[in-house]
Ligand binder design. Sequence first.
Ligand SMILES: Nc1ncnc2c1ncn2[C@@H]1O[C@H](COP(=O)(O)OP(=O)(O)OP(=O)(O)O)[C@@H](O)[C@H]1O
Ligand SMILES: Nc1ncnc2c1ncn2[C@@H]1O[C@H](COP(=O)(O)OP(=O)(O)OP(=O)(O)O)[C@@H](O)[C@H]1O
Ligand SMILES: [Mg+2]
Ligand SMILES: [Mg+2]
Lengths: 256, 256
Amino acid sequence: MAKRIAIANQKGGVGKTTTAINLSASLAAADCRVLLVDCDPQANSTTGLGIDKTSGKPSLYDVVAADADIAEALVATDFSGLALLPASPDLAGANVELASAENREYRLRERLSAVEGDYDYILLDCPPALDLLTLNALVAAASVLIPIQCEYFALEGISSLMNTMGAVRETMNPQLAVEGVLLTMYDERTVLARQVAAELREFFPDNVFQTAIPRNVRLAEAPSHGKPIFQYDVRSKGAESYLNLAREILARSANR
Amino acid sequence: MAKRIAIANQKGGVGKTTTAINLSASLAAADCRVLLVDCDPQANSTTGLGIDKTSGKPSLYDVVAADADIAEALVATDFSGLALLPASPDLAGANVELASAENREYRLRERLSAVEGDYDYILLDCPPALDLLTLNALVAAASVLIPIQCEYFALEGISSLMNTMGAVRETMNPQLAVEGVLLTMYDERTVLARQVAAELREFFPDNVFQTAIPRNVRLAEAPSHGKPIFQYDVRSKGAESYLNLAREILARSANR
Ligand SMILES: Nc1ncnc2c1ncn2[C@@H]1O[C@H](COP(=O)(O)OP(=O)(O)OP(=O)(O)O)[C@@H](O)[C@H]1O
Ligand SMILES: Nc1ncnc2c1ncn2[C@@H]1O[C@H](COP(=O)(O)OP(=O)(O)OP(=O)(O)O)[C@@H](O)[C@H]1O
Ligand SMILES: [Mg+2]
Ligand SMILES: [Mg+2]
């Protein structure tokens, strides 16, 4: 059974996609079989791995809104062990089109069960909204990894995310847990970052990852080359921190 | 007639709210009468100005989805000349609730016409999505100010924003123009930022603001004090750049 982790935070630009790409590639580098699902119409996980989001081939939209066979939508990436279920721009229509559909929140979970035996990890990159696409990911996942920038607006939004997770746990997915809170673009020199980090550790005792991801321009450069950070610049601080994060997650799984 | 400017970009975390708050406060400081409309369920423009998003008083949701009187929802801020039409968490429901309503894209435009005589500028802070709330802002606005971080994913998303603006212009708001592209969190030391800025200047000849907003931690600190940057730290680079942006916009209006 694959471990399914949603990477979610409705606050925009906190490092969801950067974490989705680099954590999934790091887990694949550690010989796990990994599927990354791009649930965002922006399709940043898709293009960040060098895949064409406008190829016309079946994508997540076809799988959840049009009953395409999930196996046909999966694509191999250039990184052994990492497969992708790509997004495409038409995914933006899914929120409205599925609004009155049956089982609308369960579609992704149902489709994933057909392939989950082939993977050790399934990571779900979410859009910056608590919409039906994110709901599908929260229903399909066993846990949520919450990337968060140590700034005021990001901290502000945590309670709505927790409320939404609580509502999903009550009615649709009782097992949904917090995998952990990941500090991203962390600059320990600023008072703001240290203050927010301290508040997060209080809010989530024992559930903030030891690994914090520093601000590192190499992480912002890598997607324009279609590569995860450890392929683009393995010596960078960004690569080191995502490999450490992967180790931390693997150690947690081993202990359970 | 107020000049209505939507501040939009579906890419998350590019500085929409930071621009909305600080540009509107800077215009108010230049003796303009300004209304800031928070169209984002995250309600960051609302809390960033020190207003309680959970006060229970009428907010944008009540105005567009429940026919409340817009004049009752407006609140004064601590800054003379700047009024706010606040958001609240229930705004997240508007996308689905209005999906099948009549005139669903025109609601904000209709409501604003009742008060627009009282203002010189109306700024609309948009959520990180090309959803019905953003559509309402694009239909209500005369122009769009596009904040953009000089990074790969932000550049990638520009074409979908342009396509959406084109569709709005064709069927709902023929006058919709680009007010300008604003480079935010700009760090001229990185090659990536310089490359992306050059591409944007090619893509939008004559329409990238002269003023670029540098990365400045004081801008990230100010909202936790509920203040625009020139009240929080008027000597900061952030304050200087937003005051320059306001001057640039005022000079453009004067020339038209
Ligand atoms: N640690 C980091 N150091 C430097 N830049 C980073 C880092 N993490 C992410 N970035 C850059 O910051 C921007 C925002 O990150 P990203 O797109 O991953 O966030 P997101 O939460 O997925 O955004 P959205 O809400 O739009 O989906 C991107 O341009 C990315 O390249
Ligand atoms: N020039 C800047 N320098 C430093 N920090 C900034 C700057 N502009 C914005 N920020 C910070 O970066 C984060 C993202 O900015 P902001 O929230 O304004 O973006 P947004 O586009 O409104 O995000 P969303 O897509 O979630 O609505 C915030 O924490 C903000 O305080
Ligand atoms: Mg993303
Ligand atoms: Mg915002």
